[in-house]
Design a protein around this ligand. Structure first.
Ligand SMILES: Cc1cc2nc3c(=O)[nH]c(=O)nc-3n(C[C@H](O)[C@H](O)[C@H](O)COP(=O)(O)O)c2cc1C
Length: 184
């Protein structure tokens, strides 16, 4: 069994998806464990929208078209480029956080949801499931949320595109600890 330190250090964002299937049951299990992230509200602030079928991917692509398309002649191009980007990953999750319009509460909700997402990334890595956390511009569009039926009191914190992988890139170098740890 790998240590937490090893999993944290070896995890990479995996951009290039493969079609190798990932079972929904496995992902649901990981989500349940990830939900032990810390949170500072009455109920956990995250919601998870899962997408795996062709019809769900098409729905996602159409939502991107609604959010991004200003001219009708661009529609097909956006459709194709989005499907090329997101269509291969066997499972995509949209993770949202409930927003109540209170600065402190919303800050805490987004922070807790980010902890939940990182738990999921690490748990996935342990099971050889890679993913990339994306924050494309369209996730900020009410049109995108509306098209997917995501309630207006939820903010998308990221989309996670899950995939099996064979190739693992070198880690991006991190800053020297002395450059960001400061004595007060
Ligand atoms: C909040 C957040 C948003 C991100 N959004 C994107 C994105 O939109 N597109 C992308 O390619 N990577 C995105 N990433 C992944 C980062 O690029 C990646 O984590 C970073 O390059 C470090 O690489 P590593 O995850 O392999 O350590 C995001 C990561 C975080 C934490």
């Amino acid at each position: 069994m790998r240590s937490i330190a090893e999993i944290i250090q070896s995890r990479r964002s995996i951009k290039k998806a493969t079609e190798e299937p990932i079972s929904k049951e496995t992902v649901l299990h990981l989500i349940e464990i990830a939900s032990f992230a810390p949170f500072h509200s009455k109920v956990e602030p995250w919601e998870v929208y899962m997408m795996s079928t062709g019809a769900q991917k098409e729905k996602y692509v159409e939502a991107v078209v609604k959010a991004n398309c200003e001219k009708q002649e661009e529609e097909q191009k956006i459709r194709e480029s989005t499907m090329a980007k997101i269509g291969t990953a066997p499972i995509t999750l949209i993770i949202t956080s409930k927003i109540v319009g209170n600065e402190k509460k919303d800050f805490e909700a987004i922070a807790a949801t980010s902890a939940f997402i990182q738990n999921l990334q690490l748990l996935g890595w342990e099971e050889n499931i890679g993913m990339i956390w994306r924050t494309n511009k369209y996730i900020f569009s009410p049109l995108f949320c509306e098209a997917l039926g995501i309630p207006s009191d939820e903010k998308i914190i990221g989309t996670l595109h899950l995939t099996r992988f064979t190739e693992v890139k070198e880690a991006k170098t991190r800053r020297e600890i002395t450059s960001y740890v400061h004595e007060l």
